[in-house]
Design a protein around this ligand. Structure first.
Ligand code: DGY
Length: 319
């Protein structure tokens, strides 16, 4: 029997996933350092499955060009805002993603940003580089995590991992918001509150929600106006959940103390963006899941999603 034909969208896909796919399928890897949509559309006809190593947009146009053979789409990401799920499912195509295996790594990045922003690490470094750093009793004072209230917007797998790690920092209260109260919240001793309540009571606000129609632009001027002046804001979910101009105003006008972002809108942030000039702004270039083990685990799950789908079994993480 001939092997299933699978297209992988990037040459630098982690080897664990590629090896697994190659053990069962006839794999074609899209060549080039940064394949464009045009490259993808040109290559895509005739495959049984597509392995998305990057956030390529999958919409009706791409599916039309891919053709009737396409049975499985697997994205090597937890986020799936680049996939038109309704259109994919309408065509009877199976679709999967890779949550959970990245939760610990993303939680670590959230803590890194929270600590850096709370303790003014970037500002301290800037002063050091400018030769202006003097040890004074009241200089570069930050915010304590010990005894604080931490608010998580979106208590999914990543949010829960963040809470578990912050317990050891002696946080006093954990609160969270989302669609409904969750058992994991009860298990972690976190209280379910409304978004408004969370914004008003939290010393640290961590956004760990996916990008949906509901969360798009959720953090606007009104949201930042409700936060404490001492609040530290962290986003490791998706950039467009936060209105970038509103965040800029919040930091410049000192409506909040500091922010730390792993995701931003647009991404990457242009190198001359005003946010990058602010001392109370920490940013990383979307590194949440970027560890050797995590990326290999994600690639393995994405490959297994394809193999399961082609074998007629349930995907590991279906959408
Ligand atoms: C995800 O998996 O969605 C992360 O943001 C990395 O792309």
């Amino acid at each position: 029997m001939s092997k299933w034909k699978v297209l992988v969208t990037r040459h630098d896909t982690p080897p664990a996933g590629l090896n697994l796919l190659q053990s069962r399928c006839d794999v074609t890897i899209l060549p080039g350092e940064a394949p464009t949509r045009a490259d993808l559309l040109q290559a895509i006809p005739g495959y049984d499955a597509i392995f998305l190593s990057s956030h390529s947009i999958v919409d009706a146009e791409l599916l039309d060009i891919a053709g009737y053979k396409l049975k499985v789409i697997s994205t090597m990401s937890a986020g799936y805002e680049h996939l038109d799920l309704a259109e994919i499912k309408r065509r009877g195509i199976k679709v999967g993603h890779t949550p959970v295996v990245l939760s610990a790594a993303v939680a670590e990045i959230a803590i890194l940003l929270l600590l850096n922003a709370a303790r003014r690490a970037h500002e301290g470094r800037l002063l050091l580089e400018a030769g202006q750093c003097q040890s004074k009793p009241m200089s570069l004072l930050g915010q304590d995590i010990r005894g604080s209230t931490v608010g998580i917007v979106g208590l999914g797998s990543i949010g829960a991992e963040i809470v578990k790690r912050l317990v050891s920092f002696q946080v006093e209260n954990f609160v969270y918001t989302g669609h409904a109260r969750k058992k994991i919240g009860d298990d972690l001793g976190a209280k379910f509150v409304t978004l408004d309540e969370l914004l008003k009571m939290s010393d640290f606000i961590i956004v760990a929600t996916p990008l949906t129609n509901e969360t798009h632009g959720l953090f606007d001027d009104a949201a930042f106006d409700k936060m404490k002046k001492t609040a530290v804001f962290v986003n490791i979910g998706r950039g467009p959940v936060v209105q970038t101009d509103a965040l800029l105003r919040a930091l410049k006008q000192e409506k909040i103390f500091a922010a730390g972002l792993d995701v931003v809108d647009p991404e990457p942030l242009p190198k001359n963006h005003e946010l990058l000039k602010l001392p109370n702004f920490e940013i990383l270039p979307h590194l949440g899941s970027a560890t050797v083990k995590t990326r290999n685990d994600m690639a393995t799950v994405a490959a297994q999603n394809i193999i399961n789908g082609l074998d007629g079994k349930s995907l590991v993480y279906p959408l």
